[in-house]
Structures are given as C-alpha cells and as structure tokens.
Design a protein around this ligand. Structure first.
Ligand SMILES: Cc1ncc(COP(=O)(O)O)c(C=O)c1O
Length: 448
C-alpha cells in the first residue's frame, strides 16, 4: 500500500510518536517502570474528587429525574464548529471577570485539545503564502516560518506542519542563577539581539511568534519584560504572538515566579483542560481576534465537524463559579511546587558534586537537567535508562528549527516529569544518579 506525501509525512517516526509509544508501553508493561518521561498530569485526590462529583451531578440539574439535563442535551448534539456555546459564554465572563479583557463570544473557539489548536495555528501562519509583492500573484509564493524565540521548546510543535517544517528558532542565553539561595541552577533567557537580527524576521518570512509559558520542557517562565518585548516585536512586524498557556494562569496555574498574563487583539492565547487533570477530555481553548476564531472554526468544521463537548460539560460549572481557579490555586499549584522541591533535593543527593545543573524550576510539571560534558549524548543515556526501567526524555527533540548536530548543549540535557508519585521519583532519580555518575567516573578514569 502506498501513502501520499501527506501520509508519509505523518507516518514517519517522530519524537512525539516515540514518546507517546514509550508512555503507552510503560503503562501496559507488567514490569515496574519509573515513569519520568511523559506529559501526563499527576493524580491528585482533591482534583479527581471534584471532577467525579461534577461528572455525577451532570445528569441532575433538573428535578424531573429524567436524563434531560442541560449537559446531557448538549452532549447529545453537535455544537457549531466554534464549540459549545454555553462553555464559551462561561469562559468569556470568567476571563473578563479576572482580567478585564473585554472579550465577546467572537473571541473564543474550542479545539480537541490544544495540540489540535497548534496544528491549526502553525499551518495557518506557517508554510506557503501568496507573495503580495510578486507580479504574478498566482504562481509566486513565499515560505513563512513560526518563530520560536526561545528554544528548547515543546516537542509537540515539531511535526505539525502538513508539508515540511517551518520554524525559525533562537538559541537561549544561559544564565547561572540561584534557587532558594542554592547554587547549581541556570535560567534560559531570550537572546533578543539574535532574534532581531534573524534574516527571516527582517525579510518578512515569519508568520507568527510562539512560546510556551511556562515552558515545556524546561519549567522556565519567560519574564513579563520578555513577553512585553516579544509582543512589541510581533506588532512591529504585523504578525501574531501565540502564547501556549497549557501550564499557565489562571488554570492550571503551575507557575511559581511572579508573572502576569496579558491579551490583546494581536495575541493568540491557547489554554487547555489537560494539565488541570483532564487530558482525556481533549479540550483546548483559543482566545484571539475574531478573524482567527473564524478561521479556527472553519478548520474545525472540516477536520472535526465540531469539537468535543464532554470537557465543556464538566468544566462549565467550575468556570462559572470559579472553582476551577480555586482548584488550581489551592491544590494543583502547591502540589507541583512540593514535587519540584522534593525532586531537586533528591537530585542534589543523587548527583552530589557531579556536574549537574538544573533549570530554575518556575513552573510546568518537569525539571530540565543539564549534564555538562557528559561523555555520551542524552539520547544514548535515554536508551541505557530505558533498559534499566526508568523513562526520561532526551533533549535533542526539544529544538524544533535548530540544527542540533552543531549544538552540544542540545545533547546534554534531559527532561524529567515531576508528576509521578514520591516512590517513583525516589527510584527514578536514584537510577539517573547511578548511571550518570558512573559515566562521568569512567570518562575521568580514561583521562588519566
Ligand atoms: C506546552 C504544551 N502545549 C500543548 C500541549 C498539548 O496539550 P493538549 O493537547 O492535551 O491540550 C502540551 C501537552 O503536553 C504541552 O506540554
């Protein structure tokens, strides 16, 4: 059987497909696995209880005892392609209540998870554009890229373009910083000089700027100043700034640094219900100018007819009375902050004086570890650890748009999830420590 070019592109092995396969295999395996590799959110009792309670109440918002509650009626019908109108109205009030953005229902569309949103947005703003300056409008096209101002970035962006890859990426400034008064940490910062000098930006070959904040994989939170600077550049070049807020405020609010969230007509904000604990609901939320929302709705109609309504049914009451925000502030954020503190402590114990640097944990559900001058690549380290029953993700996949063959740092880091239970963190970090220390020891003994 032969596949089209489109088929071949989407069936070739990718970083994301390897990650999802390993994750799935680990969950099915009868061997104990220290799962520090996936992006699954943690099982938090208070969170699961609230969702279960809300789920059970779905059928009971009338007093007839029949299965005709508003939620059941909504789930038994397609929404329009923009998404469940009741949930969109609840979100409009919620965001205006908390942020004063003056949104209307024309500013919000739903998607089947935010991964689905990035598929749409990166293909809307990246790829072949008609070249408006060209004499022959039909045949001349210009190729535009999505500008990632700070790589490493989310692995899931890499392969979403329907044809080719359209990224321009900027490598980070690496600053050594302290964390809670301790040494051994670093923080990535946007290299604005390199960004402003990118030929693709200056020559009109960038279609949008995008960053995840907090960042998957690093747990970095771009500062308010960095965001304001990016917003200014986006406006100057008349391109949108896409902010991937999958871990950001106001839900799930896994963010420990002092940061604020802004929106205007040139900003496209992407939210998700996944990291509050509902990844199986596949619900993404886009807040944007009405023109973008119209485009996303049109794409929804072709690809999905309409987005799923189950996540909307569960989340609507929680958005209406702000319980979603309370859950994020009182349960989800403190949970991950505690996990990050524990994981840092375990790592420091396991690695002692070996050259471990940790990206300052500022948010998201991961730690990003840098083993400077590790004698093997972290892709090889991944294989060794997988053999020993511990899953992490090697860094090379997190550099969309970068030729990592000439960038040593991209082979020296790993992403580890902190969503696992305490025993898994203890066992997994112990395994990482043993393997990494041995590798450094062997390299040192050969140098003598
Ligand atoms: C930064 C980031 N963006 C987007 C997504 C996609 O999430 P979902 O499609 O579940 O909303 C993820 C998932 O891990 C993520 O980490």
């Amino acid at each position: 059987m032969k596949f089209s070019k489109f088929g071949q592109k989407f069936t070739q092995p990718t970083g994301i497909s390897q990650l999802m396969d390993d994750l799935g295999d680990a969950l099915k395996s009868d061997q104990p696995i220290n799962m520090l590799g996936g992006g699954n959110p943690a099982k938090i009792d208070a969170v699961n209880e609230l969702f279960l309670e809300t789920y059970k109440a779905l059928g009971n918002d009338n007093d007839t005892g029949e299965a005709n509650s508003s939620a059941i009626i909504s789930m038994a019908n397609y929404s329009n392609p923009q998404g469940d109108a009741g949930f969109i109205d609840a979100l409009v009030s919620f965001f205006n209540r908390h942020y004063d953005w003056n949104l209307t229902s024309e500013n919000i569309a739903l998607t089947n998870g935010s991964q689905n949103a990035f598929f749409y947005l990166f293909n809307l703003f990246g790829g072949a554009f008609l070249d408006e300056k060209s004499q022959d409008k039909e045949s001349q096209s210009i190729d535009k890229s999505i500008l990632l101002p700070l790589t490493p970035e989310y692995i899931g962006y890499s392969d979403v373009h329907v044809e080719g890859q359209h990224f321009a990426a900027v490598l980070p400034h690496i600053d050594e910083v302290t964390h809670d008064g301790d040494e051994g940490f670093f923080k990535y910062r946007v290299d604005f000089e390199a960004l402003e000098n990118l030929p693709a930006l200056r020559e009109g070959r960038i279609g949008a700027i995008c960053c995840s904040r907090p960042t998957n994989p690093t747990g970095n939170v771009l500062t308010d100043e960095e965001m304001a600077h990016l917003a200014e550049i986006a406006k100057r070049y008349d391109i949108p700034l896409i902010i991937d807020n999958a871990y950001g405020m106001p839900f799930p609010n896994i963010i420990y640094s002092d940061a604020h969230l802004n929106w205007d007509n040139n900003t496209i904000l992407c939210f998700s219900l996944s990291k509050i604990g509902l990844p199986g609901m596949r619900t993404g939320i886009i807040v944007a100018d009405a023109k973008v929302i119209e485009a996303v709705s049109a794409m929804n109609a072709v690809v999905n007819l309409a987005p799923t309504r189950f996540g909307a049914a569960i989340a609507t009451p929680l958005v209406n009375d702000d319980r979603i925000k309370q859950l994020a502030d009182n349960e989800i954020k403190p949970f991950y902050q505690k996990q990050a503190t524990l994981a840092v402590k375990l790592l420091k114990e396991a690695l002692g004086d070996y050259p471990l640097m940790i990206h300052k944990p500022e948010g998201a559900i991961f730690l990003w570890l840098w083993f400077k001058d590790l004698p093997i690549s972290t892709s090889e380290l991944y294989e060794i650890l997988k053999e020993k029953g511990t899953l992490i993700v090697p860094s090379e996949y997190f550099f969309p748009g970068v030729d990592v063959s000439n960038y040593q740092h991209a082979h020296e880091c790993i992403r580890m999830s902190i969503a696992a239970d305490e025993q898994t963190l203890i066992d997994g970090i112990k395994a990482i420590g043993e393997v990494v220390c041995k590798l450094y020891d062997e390299a040192n003994s050969q140098n003598y």
